[in-house]
Design a binder for this molecule. Sequence first.
Ligand SMILES: [Cu+2]
Length: 125
Amino acid sequence: MSPVTSVRLRCAVAGALLTLTLGACSSSHSASPGGAGGSAASSGTRITIKNFQFQPADLTVPPGQSVTVVNEDSTAHTVTADDKSFDTKTINGGASATFTAPSTPGSHPYICSIHQYMHATLTVS
Ligand SMILES: [Cu+2]
């Protein structure tokens, strides 16, 4: 279901070794347990970073909710709010981190401070 072409594009941006299909991107074979790809919807307080994208792109949580961020890439990423209301700092490839959602309702765009073209939104409601 994911747009393969755009994934490949992002790989190209990151690695420049595009030609080898998606395999090049996930070459470091993250030891992701389970590998049950699609429906991680069971826990609604998780952000997954994969292929240089935040998933879901728009997550809604209650105020003060603890949010887990799982980096499934082999590259380090961050989850950093534009307004600095939360910031996981660097999450190494294959690692995870937790942050606390802001206590006031609102919409909080965030980016990866390492790859600033990566962006998504955390909504507190
Ligand atoms: Cu990043």
